[in-house]
Ligand binder design. Structure first.
Ligand SMILES: Cc1cc2nc3c(=O)[nH]c(=O)nc-3n(C[C@H](O)[C@H](O)[C@H](O)COP(=O)(O)O)c2cc1C
Length: 367
């Protein structure tokens, strides 16, 4: 008689854990995380929104006033002026804002929201103000970009309106001002701006790993997505000498100085932190903790070999490392103990981890 082998309960739990993990990891990544919202009366912002969406993957939402056929510029801009004055008089009253067609999509599905709006009398065009007034609560915590078109007036008033109406937005460092005369050249202005603000429409923020080795001691770092970390990655591979500094650092000078932007992050540096000390231009590998310091920008964290940092000597090779693709170890979850979140490639998330992680078997977006 054929003997049926029944797996013991521990094996069953283990197998179901693996299946759950594999199913979780194979879920489709969040789609269309960028939304471009525009309002356009005479077509300039529409052209700008088109130029933008030819460069990034995004859904597009056009704001439409509920009342059609209005002429905001007629009688020396009387209607446009009247709408803005009503908002100014009572900015907290919903009735101060001109009605717009309802928005049917779910704003909470998006991580990046780029607002493209005309300037009216140095303020944000009234219909776009209505959109922000009505839907701000769904956009709290989103990365928000602002592109403004005017004939010639500067856009600070529009930026102020945006922040008043959407105080919970995580704004890109700079807004983009595209004058009426520059609209034909919008594509290149947009492309420069996207680079400047380090726009990323990469949902999962794929990890960038680098390997540092003197031939005996090896460390793998996961870089963050700041401009300085990207500049370092762009230089690989290279060989340089490593030096001691203080009693907690190994340092090296990249072959050419690293460029860095306003997106770079300062913070305390526990052992394992990789950082750029921008006043001198050297890269620091911490094997003991250091406190936050002005101009000390975090580039990433060691994910393997932190204990090897203090032993590095002589010449080191710094090169790209393949993203870690396997789950390193699986520990049973003990009741009462909170399981640590993992990145999508099975690395335990570090403090302050951003992007999508797996927590309690669910994909969660960490901001
Ligand atoms: C009611 C109204 C007020 C405006 N006020 C200004 C202004 O104060 N300064 C300026 O430079 N342009 C002003 N403009 C021009 C628009 O900002 C500019 O033409 C913009 O590119 C229009 O974008 P659109 O074609 O997408 O509607 C105004 C336009 C309108 C309709």
């Amino acid at each position: 008689m054929k003997r049926i082998h029944r797996p013991d309960p521990q094996t069953t739990i283990f197998i179901s854990f693996i299946i759950t993990l594999l199913l979780t990891l194979s879920l489709p990544t969040l789609q269309a995380k960028t939304l471009v919202v525009y309002y356009s009366y005479t077509g300039n912002c529409r052209a700008i929104a088109n130029a933008l969406t030819s460069q990034i993957t995004a859904d597009v939402l056009q704001i439409q006033p509920a009342e059609k056929g209005l002429r905001y510029e007629a009688n020396n801009y009387a209607l446009g002026t009247q709408l803005l004055n009503a908002i100014k008089a009572n900015p907290n009253e919903a009735s101060s804002y001109p009605a717009i067609d309802p928005v049917s999509l779910s704003l909470s599905d998006y991580q990046n929201i780029v607002i493209v709006t005309p300037l009216w009398w140095s303020q944000m065009a009234a219909p776009m103000q209505t959109f922000l007034f009505n839907y701000a609560s769904q956009m709290a915590g989103k990365n928000v970009g602002l592109i403004v078109s005017s004939t010639s007036s500067p856009i600070t008033g529009v930026e102020a309106d945006c922040k008043r109406l959407l105080p919970g937005g995580n704004y890109y460092g700079n807004s983009l001002w595209i004058r009426f005369s520059q609209v034909p050249n919008a594509a290149s202005l947009i492309s420069d701006w996207l680079q400047q603000v380090n726009f990323s429409d990469n949902n999962t923020s794929d990890p960038i790993n680098i390997k540092v080795s003197d031939g005996t001691n090896t460390i793998v770092y996961q870089l963050n997505h700041t401009s300085a970390a990207k500049a370092l990655y762009a230089m690989l591979p290279f060989e340089v000498s490593v030096d001691n500094y203080s009693n907690n650092e190994k340092i090296f000078y990249p072959p050419t100085p690293l460029s860095y932007g306003s997106d770079c992050i300062e913070g305390d540096c526990p052992a394992g932190t990789l950082a750029l000390f921008s006043p001198w231009g050297n890269v620091v590998m911490y094997y003991g903790p250091a406190s936050r310091y002005s101009g000390l920008y975090i580039l990433g964290n060691a994910i393997e070999g932190t204990h090897n940092i203090r032993n590095l000597t002589g010449t080191i090779r710094v090169e790209a490392a393949p993203p870690t693709s396997a789950v390193h170890s699986i520990k049973a979850h003990h009741p009462g103990q909170t399981p640590s979140p993992y990145t999508l490639n099975g690395i335990m998330a570090v403090a302050g981890q951003k992007g999508v992680v797996v927590k309690h078997g669910q994909k969660v977006l960490m901001k």
